[in-house]
Design a protein around this ligand. Sequence first.
Ligand code: SF4
Ligand code: SF4
Length: 470
Amino acid sequence: MAKIDIDDVLNLPLETESQEEAKGKKLPSVMEGRLKVYDAKANNVQRFIKLLTERINRHLASSMVGCVHCGMCAESCHYALTRPDDPTMTPVYKADQIRRIFKRHMDWTGRIFPWWVHADTPKNDRDLNRLKNIVFGTCSACRRCTLNCPMGVDTALLIRLARGILTELGIVPEGVFNVSRDTWETGNQMGVSEEDYLETLDWMKEELQEELGDPDIDIPVDKEGCDFMYTINPREIKFDPRSIADAAKIFHFAGETWTMPSWGWDQTNFGLYSGDDNMGAFVAKNLYEAAVKLRAKRIVISECGHGYRSTRWEGYNWAEYSQNIPTESVILTLMRYIKAGRIRVDPSKNQDSVTFHDSCNVARSGDLVEEPRWILKRTCSDFREMSPNRLENFCCTGGSGLLSMAEYKSLRMEVAELKAEQLKATGAKLVCTICHNCVDGLTDVIKHYELDMRVIQIIELVASALLIEK
Ligand code: SF4
Ligand code: SF4
């Protein structure tokens, strides 16, 4: 396959259609001061440097100064491994584009001897746009390089820092602008209206009642004092409502008291991807406040990698909100049911061979590695590991919001070759992931490389393995 000319990616234009449209319009009041639109007349370079100076903390500074340029990280990045002759794909190159600005303005060596430490500064908006294309278009923030860096440099953290500052200046890819707009306007990243949300829950409830011949099966909304409040990814409403029905079915047979909130139900958080902490706080706080209002004893997060990371811990920091209510992935809820005998499962009901894809935000950046495997071994008759796995797994290629940035898809598909080979080598018919984002990322890889497999999630496997006594 012909390699993509990386200059085509780095020179993608600054101004996009949606931004142009937004400029002529008065934004709804809910977005005023929140959704940032690019202003060509502003001194964006100066604003970038000011924000960089304000946002540097000890954690970021250690990744700024800790790099010894050994190059070991190149061997861990799927971009660099798939394009071995392209130095711009190495994690160290990408981080250096941010690091050199830090050195020029904040580090004494770079201020005195810029030529010596390769310190530099963006000169105009074109340079900022190039940086935008690097930090949004050539890194999926998977943090595999951090795991393999002897100095513990967190390149993805620097990428997020730069993304956040560029978002503040409105210098963002089209998809990031659109998703940010939808999130500020509707409280969820896919712009799902309250009416569509409630109608879909109702529809799934009716389907379940019909399927199981039981008019008592419910998908409760805004019920107070339940054992837990269940929160989902908007993708489930828009493209995969069956996953909500599967969850409701399992909760029903486990004898659970649960509810979904009518507001604050989006457990995903585009703020993690765009680097916008204010948006991160807004989305997370909606959810935490809904749980308090409904007096839920626990918050349960459906299968989603970045949603898990955002809702389980990052969101509490962004929103400066005390974590008084336990917050867990539905994977733990399912494990509890099986362990306590609240549901019974039969692995012979899932005969197809299944492999497992560890999502970056759940495994490498999170804490759920063995738990999904524990469930898979009890619900599937042929479970096989892919290699490498667990913390060393490769990204689905769609992490960090890349699925919403169509302009970078060709590069993403090129570097997906590694993931395609990894999937193919398992010989499995199904690849299971506990992340809705990975479902779409992996589906793109499977389609592009014409692999004979499909993506599935644990909730579907557990629902189909469920033993229902008449
Ligand atoms: S492995 Fe770490 S120290 Fe070495 S070049 Fe990469 S980021 Fe720098
Ligand atoms: S975070 Fe992942 S995609 Fe980004 S540079 Fe590191 S290894 Fe590559």
